[in-house]
Write a protein that binds this ligand. Structure first.
Ligand SMILES: Cc1cc2nc3c(=O)[nH]c(=O)nc-3n(C[C@H](O)[C@H](O)[C@H](O)COP(=O)(O)OP(=O)(O)OC[C@H]3O[C@@H](n4cnc5c(N)ncnc54)[C@H](O)[C@@H]3O)c2cc1C
Length: 498
C-alpha cells in the first residue's frame, strides 16, 4: 500500500502551486488529482497582482518567471484597434499604453489603472500580468513530473484512517458529464444542457480507485467536494455548498452590427483611448437601493466587435434557465432601473442572443458574522450556531486552500492571488512537519494547520468584505487597500511560520 506524503485534490492554479512549493521544499512523494477527464482549454483570463506574483516567486522561482513571461506577452498580444483592415465604423485605436478606466454615466473619468507590469512594479515593488486560467494551469502543471498529476480522478470521498496514520481519498474515473458552474462561464445554450452535478449519478463505465496520503490538501475550488465531506454532520453543514453572493454577471461576447452613430457616441463618451472601460453610477452610496448596484464593463474585441459584461445584484432565480433573448431583456431592465445612459441600453439591445453569457457569483465566506445579511443562515438555531462562525478549514489530516477555503466573486481580482498566498503558507508549514519528522504527530499537524488559518483567515475576511463593498469606496480607501494588499511582506510572513 503506497502512502503519499501529500495528496493534493484539484489541479487548478492553487493545487499545482502547492505541489510545486512542496517539491521546492524537498517533498517529492506527492500526487495531484483532478476530476477533469483531460486537461483542456477552459476558464477565463485572470489578473495576477503584485501580492500573488510575489507569493508565486517565493513558492517556486521558475514558476514565477514562466508565468510572468507568459503574462507579459498577453498584453502585447491582445487585439489593438490599429488593425489595418479595420473600417471607419469601428472605435478608434488606443494610442497610449493600455489602462483600465472607470467612468461615470456622464463619461467622466473616476479612476484609471495602467495595466503594464512596469507601472505596478514601480508602485509596489512587483508588477501585474494577465494570463488565461488554462495557460497558468499548463505552465504550473508542466513544471511537475508528468506522473505526479493525474487527470480523470474525481475525488468522491475522504476517509481518515488513524490506524494507518493517513487519509484515504476515493476517486472515480470516466465520469460522464462534467460541469463547473462555479469556475467557468456558462452560455445561454449550454446552461440548458448542463449535466446534473450529483455524485450518485456515476456512469456505467466509471471506475473507482483509492489513494492514501499522510496529508491531504484540498484545492478543489469553490464547490469543493472535500469541504462538503468535512462539513457533513457538523455545525458547518449549512456552509458546505458555496452561497450565492447576491451578484451575477450577464454579458455578450460580441456585437458587430453597431451603427456608426452609436459607435461614435460610445467612442467619444466612454472608450476614448481605452480598449476596456468600466461604467457605473458614482453617486450611489452604501444605503442606495441595491438595484442601483450595477456596473458595466465595455470592451472592444478583435476585428472591432464590441462586448460587455454587466454585473448586477439580483436574486439567483431570475437567472435560471434563461434563453439569450431573456438575458438581453433582463440586462435592459437592470440598466433601466439603474438609470444607465441610453447609448449603453441601445448597445445591449443589439446583442445577438446566441452570444449571451451569464454567471451567478458564489462565495464561501471566511467568516459568517451577520445572519441578517446572509439568508442561508437565517433559519439556523442560535444555540448551536454562535453569531460569529468560522467555517473550518481543516479536519485531522486534511486542509482546505484557495477557493475551497474562501472562494469569492472576482471583483477585486484576488481569488488566485490569495490562493497563492495560501499555497506559500501551507507548503512552508508542511515542509516544517517533514523537517521535524512530525508526519505521525497529529498534535504538530493540527498546530500547523491552525497557524495557517490564524494567519490567512483574518486577511481573507477583509478581502471578501472589500470585494462586496468596494463600489462605494473613496480614493483614500482604494489607496489604503492597495498599499496594504500589494505590498505584502512575505519574508515577515515566512518568519511567523517557523
Ligand atoms: C470570471 C472570473 C474572473 C476571475 N478573475 C480573477 C483575477 O483577475 N485574479 C484572480 O486572482 N482571480 C480571479 N478569479 C478567481 C480565480 O479564477 C480563482 O480564485 C482560482 O482559479 C482559484 O484556484 P483554485 O485552484 O483554488 O480553484 P479552481 O481554479 O476552481 O481549480 C479547482 C480544480 O479542482 C478540480 N476539482 C474540482 N472538484 C474536484 C474533485 N472532486 N476531485 C478532483 N478535482 C476536482 C477542478 O477540475 C479544478 O481543476 C476569477 C474568477 C472568475 C470566475
Amino acid at each position: 500500500m503506497h502512502i503519499y506524503d501529500v495528496l493534493v485534490v484539484g489541479a487548478g492554479p492553487i493545487g499545482l502551486a502547492t505541489a510545486l512549493g512542496l517539491r521546492q521544499r524537498g517533498i517529492e512523494n506527492i500526487l495531484v488529482i483532478d476530476q477533469t477527464r483531460a486537461f483542456r482549454q477552459v476558464g477565463q483570463v485572470i489578473d495576477l497582482l503584485p501580492n500573488g506574483l510575489n507569493a508565486l516567486k517565493y513558492i517556486d522561482l521558475k514558476a514565477y518567471e514562466e508565468v510572468k513571461k507568459k503574462g507579459m506577452s498577453f498584453l502585447s498580444s491582445t487585439p489593438s484597434n490599429d488593425n489595418a483592415n479595420q473600417t471607419t465604423q469601428k472605435p478608434k485605436s488606443p494610442k497610449t499604453s493600455p489602462e483600465w478606466v472607470q467612468k461615470n454615466f456622464k463619461g467622466e473619468r473616476i479612476r484609471a489603472t495602467p495595466l503594464s507590469y512596469d507601472h505596478w512594479f514601480q508602485q509596489y515593488g512587483e508588477g501585474r500580468v494577465s494570463i488565461a486560467w488554462y495557460d497558468l494551469q499548463t505552465i504550473l502543471r508542466n513544471l511537475l513530473p508528468e506522473d505526479s498529476v493525474k487527470a480523470n480522478h474525481r475525488c468522491i470521498n475522504v476517509v481518515y484512517e488513524p490506524e494507518y496514520k493517513c487519509v484515504r481519498v476515493d476517486c472515480v474515473s470516466h465520469l460522464g458529464g462534467e460541469q463547473n458552474p462555479y469556475a467557468h462561464w456558462e452560455n445561454a445554450q449550454n446552461h440548458e444542457n448542463a449535466q446534473p452535478e450529483n455524485l450518485e449519478i456515476i456512469s456505467q463505465q466509471s471506475e473507482t480507485k483509492s489513494f492514501r496520503a499522510k496529508l491531504v490538501v484540498a484545492a478543489d475550488g469553490i464547490n469543493s467536494t472535500v469541504r462538503r465531506i468535512l462539513y457533513k454532520n457538523t455545525p458547518y453543514q449549512a456552509f458546505a455548498r458555496p452561497e450565492y453572493s447576491g451578484f451575477a454577471a450577464v454579458g455578450c461576447q460580441g456585437i458587430s452590427e453597431v451603427s456608426n452613430k452609436l459607435l461614435t457616441e460610445l467612442n467619444e463618451k466612454f472608450f476614448e483611448n481605452s480598449r476596456i472601460v468600466t461604467i457605473f453610477n458614482d453617486e450611489i452610496s452604501r444605503d442606495s437601493d441595491c438595484m442601483k448596484q450595477v456596473w458595466m464593463m465595455l470592451f472592444q474585441r478583435k476585428g472591432g466587435q464590441l462586448g460587455y459584461i454587466i454585473h448586477l445584484a439580483l436574486p439567483l432565480d431570475s437567472l435560471k434557465h434563461k434563453s439569450g433573448t431573456a438575458l438581453i431583456d433582463l440586462a435592459l431592465l437592470s440598466l433601466e432601473k439603474a438609470n444607465f445612459p441610453t447609448c449603453l441600453k441601445q448597445l445591449v439591445s443589439l446583442s445577438p442572443p446566441a452570444n449571451m453569457l451569464q454567471r451567478p457569483y458564489y462565495i464561501h465566506r471566511a467568516m459568517i458574522s451577520d445572519r441578517l445579511q446572509f439568508p442561508s443562515t437565517a433559519n439556523l438555531n442560535l444555540d448551536t450556531h454562535p453569531l460569529e462562525m468560522q467555517p473550518a478549514w481543516k479536519a485531522q489530516r486534511v486542509v482546505l486552500v484557495g477557493d475551497a477555503a474562501h472562494g469569492m466573486p472576482p471583483f477585486m481580482a484576488q481569488g488566485a492571488n490569495q490562493g497563492f498566498e495560501d499555497a506559500l503558507a501551507i507548503a512552508t508549514l508542511i515542509a516544517n512537519i517533514k523537517d521535524k519528522h512530525d508526519w505521525d504527530n497529529t498534535q504538530a499537524i493540527s498546530e500547523a494547520f491552525d497557524k495557517y488559518e490564524h494567519l490567512r483567515r483574518p486577511f481573507m475576511v477583509d478581502i471578501q468584505k472589500a470585494t462586496l463593498e468596494r463600489l462605494y469606496w473613496s480614493d483614500k480607501e482604494w489607496q489604503d487597500y492597495s498599499q496594504k494588499l500589494y505590498r505584502r511582506n512575505f519574508n515577515k510572513l515566512l518568519e511567523t511560520l517557523q
